[in-house]
Design a protein around this ligand. Structure first.
Ligand SMILES: NC(=[NH2+])NCCC[C@H](N)C(=O)O
Ligand SMILES: [Mn+2]
Ligand SMILES: [Mn+2]
Length: 313
């Protein structure tokens, strides 16, 4: 095992799967079916085959979109996002408190508001520092003031670092939940003009696709892991499936050309597994309506397995 700051880096035996069938945070329907698609892709069996004990806690209850009001156009479905994020945060916190590994499957990326809140609460109680590796085509660092869409899935990372609408920033009573120096973004290739200013203001480490092209994905993730292993106690990986190129993962709500290729994505996750230092994982934005025979969900399930120790040999 690699040396670690404390024992939270030891691999956890028990995985708790939490489904978050939410699409109110995104502009397009369908990601609410992501958790089902991942389960159909045999997620649980893949993890059991790796030797883990797995419990599936089922889905967080979410009221269907057709019955909701959009509300503020700059913070679409805010109330529903807050309400459901609260249940998610409590569930994640409980799972961590009992020593299990939370695997949250979405759902749109607004789920990170709840996931990171629950993790931050657990870390605060146990005097652990939190690091987040955000793998995404997008930075998700908009606020209600900079968003071009009003979709909350474009805001969770900024909000977690203390920038954005007070209801998101103060959510779950911890503010900020994450320090920018303990945050790294990887795979970025679509940032809104105003969103750039937020990135500059907070200044987390950002590895764009150009950086991945130049350095190689292995060097990028190794650099981040090396730094985080020395500086934080809990590493959370937030994986947006649209980080991968749409040619291999077409089933996502907001596809952007020029993403990680098949092997880059696996190598990224395999390197995270080798480090043995991931303490929680969430996978967001699988959209079965836009998918082709569930290939994106199967790919996402494969990537989850790679991040949990699946090896070629
Ligand atoms: N989690 C995601 N897929 N986010 C996409 C965000 C797209 C765009 N930046 C927006 O704010 O609307
Ligand atoms: Mn995202
Ligand atoms: Mn994205």
């Amino acid at each position: 095992m690699p040396t670690a700051k404390n024992d939270c880096f030891m691999p956890r035996e028990n995985i708790s799967i939490i489904g978050f069938p939410m699409d109110l945070g995104s502009g397009r329907r369908g990601v609410d079916m992501g958790p089902s698609a991942l389960r159909i892709a045999n997620l649980e069996r893949r993890l059991r085959n790796l030797g883990y004990k797995v419990e599936d806690l089922g889905d967080i209850k979410i009221k269907i979109m057709e019955k909701q009001r959009v509300g503020d156009p700059k913070l679409r479905y805010l109330n529903e996002v807050l309400k459901t994020s609260l249940t998610l945060a409590r569930t994640v916190e409980k799972v961590l408190d009992k020593g299990n590994f939370p695997l949250c499957i979405g759902g749109d990326h607004s789920m990170a508001i709840g996931t990171i809140a629950g993790i931050a609460a657990h870390c605060k109680k146990n005097k652990k520092s939190l690091g987040v590796i955000w793998i995404d085509a997008h930075a998700d660092m908009n606020t209600h003031e900079t968003t071009p869409s009003g979709n909350i899935h474009g805001m969770p990372l900024a909000a977690s670092m203390g920038l954005g609408h007070p209801s998101l920033v103060n959510f779950y009573g911890i503010k900020p939940k994450l320090k920018p120096e303990h945050c790294a973004l990887i795979g970025i290739r679509s940032v809104d003009i105003e969103e750039r200013k937020n990135i500059r203001k907070l200044n987390p480490a950002v590895y764009t696709m150009s950086d991945v092209d130049k350095l190689g994905i292995h060097r990028v993730i190794s650099r981040v892991l090396k730094q985080f292993r020395q500086q934080v106690d809990h590493i959370h990986v937030s994986f947006d499936v649209d980080s991968v190129d749409p040619s291999i993962a077409p089933g996502v709500g907001t596809p952007v050309k020029g993403g990680l290729n098949y092997r880059e994505a696996h190598l990224l996750m395999e390197t995270i597994a080798e480090c043995g230092c991931m303490s929680s994982l969430e996978v967001a934005e699988v959209n079965p309506i836009l998918d082709v025979h569930n290939t994106s969900a199967v790919f996402a399930a494969e990537l989850i397995a790679s991040s949990m120790g699946q090896r070629i040999l």
